[in-house]
Each structure stands twice: as C-alpha cells, then as structure tokens.
Design a protein around this ligand. Structure first.
Ligand SMILES: CC(C)(COP(=O)(O)OP(=O)(O)OC[C@H]1O[C@@H](n2cnc3c(N)ncnc32)[C@H](O)[C@@H]1OP(=O)(O)O)[C@@H](O)C(=O)NCCC(=O)NCCS
Length: 173
C-alpha cells in the first residue's frame, strides 16, 4: 500500500487528510483540547511529547487544510497506548472520530503493534461506543483516575486486525 493511502495523505473528495502533528500545530491543538477535555493538556505537554518522547506518535486530521482533530499514542514494544483523541465540536457526529481512530489503528499496525489500549471516563459513553464499534473491550477500572472529579477510568483493549499487522511496519513518524 502506498504511504499516501496509509496516511490518507492526499485530500479525498471530502477534503479529509491525515498527517503527522508538528510543533506548529500546537495552537490549533490547544483550541481542540480546550473544547474537548475538562483536564486539558498544556502546550508544554504536547511540545514535550513531540520533542522528548520517542515512543509518542501524534497525528492531525485536516479538513481542507484546517486541523479539525488529532490523536496520539505511545508505541511500547508491540502495544499501542492511546493518549488522546479529539475532534472539533462542530465536526463531531460525522464519523470523523471513527476515521481518525481507524487511522491510528492502521498506523499502529504498520508499526508492528499487535494490541491497542486506552482509557475513557466511565461517563464518556460516546467514546466508549466508538471504541466498542472498533473492537475494543472493557477489561477493568482505574479507580479515581481523573483528578478533577475522581471519576474512574474504564480500561479498554483490542487486538489489532491481523491483516493490518501482516502488512509490516512501514510507519516512521
Ligand atoms: C469521542 C470523539 C472523538 C468521537 O468522534 P465523533 O466524530 O464525534 O464520532 P463519530 O461520528 O466518528 O462516531 C463514531 C461512533 O461513536 C459513537 N458515537 C458518536 N457520537 C455519539 C453520540 N452522540 N452518542 C452515542 N454514541 C456516539 C457511535 O458508536 C458512533 O458510531 P455510529 O454512528 O455508527 O453509531 C468526539 O466525540 C470527541 O472529540 N469527544 C471529546 C473528546 C473525547 O471524549 N475523547 C475521547 C477521550 S477517551
């Protein structure tokens, strides 16, 4: 498969494209971050992830050149740990979060990951529904994981589809 296909590198008819996040994206990412989370990451957190964490991979979803979503993960041995995923409020409910998550799963598989895990607030039924649709299953709770309201985190795992994994590791973000 061509890299452009893997990344959705060319704009499709709907203007959606996926690409690696860069430091220049941080202002746009912060807008989405604050729209999306009650405990938003700081600019420095994203900067540090991109400059100091060799396990971290972050991608941007653009529409007609404008960042409208992003997602990130840590790739540890053969496990991908999703750190965050968010879509701009105005673009939610159009299956774009699903495309973004599928892109992350494809990228992880290409990098040789065989499993993916993440946490979601127990109250975040939208995210949990998305993850369940993509094959994630709940395996346990992290009690009082979120410091703003002591909410529990639901831990979810999925095996990445073998046909993705079998393609080998072509990603090198
Ligand atoms: C979670 C998030 C990324 C989903 O993106 P989205 O573009 O809104 O979702 P999609 O349109 O791709 O929907 C994909 C699936 O998610 C679920 N979903 C989406 N919106 C939903 C809603 N309002 N109610 C219930 N389930 C919903 C459904 O399973 C849906 O599939 P379906 O339409 O076939 O039933 C987005 O809502 C978001 O950015 N939320 C804020 C940040 C966040 O919570 N991130 C996850 C942290 S764990």
């Amino acid at each position: 498969m061509e890299e452009a296909q893997i990344m959705g590198g060319l704009h499709g008819a709907d203007g959606i494209r996926f690409r690696p996040m860069t430091l220049d994206d941080i202002p746009d990412v912060m807008v989405i971050e604050h729209e999306s989370f009650t405990l938003p990451w700081t600019e420095n957190a994203f900067r540090s992830e991109m400059t100091q964490n060799h396990f971290a991979k972050y991608i941007i979803m653009e529409k007609n050149g404008d960042p409208i979503g992003y997602a990130g993960m840590w790739t540890v041995v053969d496990e991908a740990h999703v750190t965050n995923i968010a879509v701009r409020t105005a673009y939610r409910g159009q299956h774009l979060g699903e495309r973004l998550m599928r892109e992350m799963m494809l990228m992880a598989g290409r990098m040789g990951m065989t499993k993916m895990t993440l946490e979601a607030r127990v109250s975040n039924t939208v995210a949990q529904s998305l993850y369940s649709k993509l094959g994630f299953r709940p395996v346990g709770l992290r009690k009082a994981y979120y410091s703003d309201n002591q909410e529990d985190a639901l831990i979810m795992w999925c095996d990445l589809p073998e046909d993705i994994v079998a393609e080998g590791s072509e990603w090198n973000l």
